[in-house]
Design a protein around this ligand. Structure first.
Ligand SMILES: [Zn+2]
Length: 419
């Protein structure tokens, strides 16, 4: 980039609009200021006037970077480990793997791999769970810092009903959270943010969850957790927390549910619980690939839609089988048909970008290619037959194999390139 001058990127542009719907330009220049914000999506003439340098990406499609609103860094290497429904899978696959993350060399190597896997799939923002190891969480942030990706991430909290190797007592875990917040929250002009991440209600004592809610409130942090993924999990939650009237009530009672809360899965929530999610302004990370892999069921997108609840998409690696948000888009389409919630490609493209940004509280900064936003964008090779707006929508949703990612940018900085 030429210091002090805007840079242009010429190609087809497809973006959700903050006002609703999607906007498509067949041939335009995305003008990026020296500070990495979008100045305009301009005509060729206006782009030439604004930018001494224009990268010629004709034949490509520029879209906002994908937002993966929910995935687990320490599960990077256990993708595809099929072993039954949620609780069995956690016990057999996840907890033994996550126990390895107290080892520095391993945790560091996987953190780098994790950032690379996201960037090469065109993901520019992640809502990432770490393990319960503060060391691994610092190494995750370090890898994200270095990679240039945008992230909301945090230490996973679990102080009961899990193997000793991944269990951390409440006071110790909360002290570690505070240390991680002071070190990383707001890093690089807000590119990195720290979230409070109680794993799920079964593995958290009431004391831990109340302390977690206090830290979140103190620093105005996102809260990320799981809810109503599996019927057995739901039943066990109420055995562990018999004072709660339902699963959501566990989190409500301890003060963990508000506009900054991102609830993953939400498959088995009843209508009244959905109403309370909406009233509290909480958002949903919809993880359909993971839900199919663990046989958890299909979330009813119509419930969220009917109540205006914000939804983002999460690959939920490693119950999700790919880092590719477009695979999650495809599964979200299947889930929408199965639950009488039929979604359009434009709606799913919006969930995969702006929806995720809204869910993570980042919609002022990213999620669309509009002036004033930070220039997080992904370049897709566009197959010749995918012409016009409908072709662009296919490339940006279901035709991932035909339209691979060639470049990924965050704030106008190239963070990954195919060549
Ligand atoms: Zn998850």
């Amino acid at each position: 980039m030429l210091a002090g001058q805007s840079v242009g990127y010429r190609g087809a542009v497809l973006t959700p609009s903050s006002a609703g719907g999607v906007v498509y330009h067949d041939d335009a220049v995305l003008v990026v200021s020296p500070s990495g914000t979008i100045s305009a999506v301009a005509s060729i003439e206006a782009g030439r006037a604004a930018c001494p340098l224009i990268h010629d990406l004709r034949g490509s499609l520029l879209v906002p970077g994908f937002v993966d609103a929910h995935l687990h860094y320490p599960q990077t290497r256990v993708i595809g480990s099929a072993s039954g429904p949620l609780l069995t899978w956690l016990e057999r696959v996840v907890f033994p793997e996550e126990a390895r993350f107290t080892e520095e060399t391993y945790a560091r190597a996987v953190a780098k791999e994790f950032a690379l896997r996201c960037a090469e799939r065109g993901t520019t923002t992640v809502g990432a769970y770490s393990s319960s190891s503060p060391l691994a969480t610092n190494l995750l942030f370090d890898a994200l810092r270095e990679s240039g990706l945008r992230a909301v991430a945090g230490l996973v909290l679990m102080d009961q009903r899990c193997p000793e190797a991944v269990r951390v007592p409440a006071a110790q875990a909360l002290a570690a959270c505070r240390e991680i917040v002071s070190r990383w929250h707001g890093f690089d002009g807000g590119r990195l943010a720290v979230a409070i991440v109680p794993r799920f209600a079964i593995s958290c004592s009431k004391e831990l969850m109340q302390g977690a809610a206090a830290v979140a409130a103190e620093h105005d942090l996102c809260v990320m957790t799981h809810i109503s993924e599996n019927p057995r999990e739901e039943a066990e939650t109420l055995v562990v927390h018999p004072w709660a009237r339902d699963y959501l009530d566990v989190y409500e009672t301890v003060g963990l549910v508000g506009p900054r809360t991102i609830l993953a899965h939400a498959i088995h929530l009843g209508p009244a619980a959905w109403d309370r999610v909406a009233e509290r302004g909480a958002t949903i990370a919809h993880c359909p690939d993971s839900n199919f892999f663990l046989g958890s069921g299909a979330m009813r997108l119509a419930e969220a839609r009917a109540r205006g609840v914000t939804v983002g998409l999460g690959t939920d690696v490693a119950a999700g089988r790919s880092f590719d948000v477009r695979r999650t888009v495809a599964c979200a389409y299947d889930a929408s048909l199965l639950t009488e919630s039929a979604a359009t490609p434009a709606e799913l493209f919006t969930l995969a970008t702006l929806g995720g940004a809204r869910s993570l509280g980042l919609a002022e900064r990213v999620g669309t290619l509009e002036p004033g936003k930070e220039a997080d964008f992904t370049v897709l090779a566009r197959p010749l037959h995918a012409a016009g707006e409908q072709g662009a929508l296919r490339a940006a949703t279901f035709a991932a194999e035909l339209a691979p990612v060639t470049r990924t940018y965050v704030r106008g900085r190239l963070v990954w390139s195919r060549s």
